[in-house]
Design a binder for this molecule. Structure first.
Ligand SMILES: Cc1cc2nc3c(=O)[nH]c(=O)nc-3n(C[C@H](O)[C@H](O)[C@H](O)COP(=O)(O)O)c2cc1C
Length: 355
């Protein structure tokens, strides 16, 4: 089964975009955790569609119902099931993709894999909407990690050639983010990035970008070589998020451009702590955390569904033209931030529960 994730804390994500609803069952969560609805709702809100012109016009409140695993406001330690009912599903928006495969979406691969029985409406189980239950589970994971002082944050690092500053500079980790729905550290790039998205939207097109994630206050010594590295474990979670096509830790690919003497993270013993003067390896060495913040960047592709005409094929293998209508984000990057934080939190909690 592809929709069950985790070894110690297991999550099972279910549902389709235009079915009854979507949800998650979380197994092996500790008992007694206070369900902080205000916090969970704030996280769900960061992903929720229809809030502004940069996201899809599909208005879903993403209200969750907790069906099991919570009693008197605290977790029981037994399977926690949250259900989010679909309320705003206009399946007619998808009638033109019933028999035609959208370029770069999962229509063709899903059709082949499930012999044409998959629910294509609203992209079915492949929809970005399935990230809502992941954000719910991530909020629970964040609440538990908070007790251990571990904090997970993210910002939009790049939209086209407009770049925010990076968490690779430790000073930036401390800075507050003004606008949670469009998180950037250097507020000067805020409007410029939004303009780039607007340009794509006005051309009936879409645009991608890069999100940078930071795990603060994670102890040294977490992770195992050879097949349980922190990079490997995180990669599995991060690539579960639709639209993700690239991942790099620390300086990532650009490390290949330098001499070792230029990029090796030199150690320093300061205030009774082992630190490194730089964090070019993104806080991970030998697959194990070194006590520095864990930092990685995630590349998201442009939203596949665009109303600009494109070449494709239909189910009879005929070459056809397609314009995709319906309600699609011109850029999924702002809403993906909290989703990437959520899957990171779930993964780190899963690893820590194994210790
Ligand atoms: C939060 C979020 C929202 C998304 N919204 C849309 C959307 O409105 N339209 C669309 O075509 N793709 C959307 N996607 C991306 C597709 O789901 C994804 O590209 C598709 O399932 C194919 O998977 P892949 O890109 O990982 O190969 C969204 C992804 C995320 C994370």
């Amino acid at each position: 089964m592809g929709s069950i994730y985790g070894k110690n804390v297991k999550i099972s994500v279910f549902g389709e975009s235009h079915g009854q609803g979507i949800g998650v069952v979380i197994d092996n969560i500790k008992s007694g955790l206070f369900i902080d609805d205000e916090f969970i709702k704030s996280q769900m809100d960061r992903r929720r569609p229809g809030k502004n012109k940069f996201s899809t016009k599909r208005k879903e409140m993403d209200e969750y119902e907790i069906l099991s695993g919570v009693f008197n406001g605290r977790t029981t330690g037994l399977p926690l099931c949250a259900f989010i009912r679909n309320k705003n599903n206009k399946s007619r928006d998808y009638s033109n993709i019933k028999d035609v495969f959208r370029p770069s979406h999962a229509d063709f691969t899903g059709y082949i894999r499930y012999d044409g029985f998959n629910d294509y409406r609203g992209s079915g189980h492949f929809s970005g909407r399935l990230t809502a239950p992941i954000v719910f589970a991530g909020s629970i994971a964040k609440l538990i990690l908070k007790e251990k002082n571990i904090n997970i944050k993210s910002h939009i690092k790049r939209i086209k050639n407009i770049k925010d500053v990076s968490y690779m500079d430790m000073e930036n980790i401390k800075k507050d983010i003004k606008e949670v729905d469009f998180p950037v550290i250097d507020y000067d790039v805020y409007t410029k990035m939004k303009e780039e998205i607007d340009i794509a939207r006005n051309k009936e097109d879409s645009i991608g970008g890069v999100v940078e994630v930071c795990i603060e206050n994670i102890d040294a010594g977490i992770g195992d070589p050879i097949f349980e590295t922190i990079e490997g474990r995180l990669a599995k979670g991060i690539f579960a998020i639709p639209g993700v096509k690239g991942l790099e830790f620390g300086m990532g690919f650009s490390l290949a451009d330098y001499y070792g003497s230029e990029v090796n993270d030199e150690y320093d013993y300061k205030d009774n702590n082992v630190i490194t003067k730089t964090n070019n390896n993104g806080g991970i060495l030998g697959g194990i955390t070194n006590g520095m913040p864990v930092i990685f960047s995630v590349a998201l592709k442009p939203t596949p569904s665009i109303s600009k005409e494109q070449n494709t094929i239909n189910k009879d293998n005929q070459n056809v033209k397609l314009k995709t209508y319906g309600r699609h984000d011109p850029c999924i990057v702002p809403r993906a931030c909290v989703v990437l934080e959520a899957i990171t939190a779930i993964t780190i909690l899963d690893i820590l529960y194994g210790y």
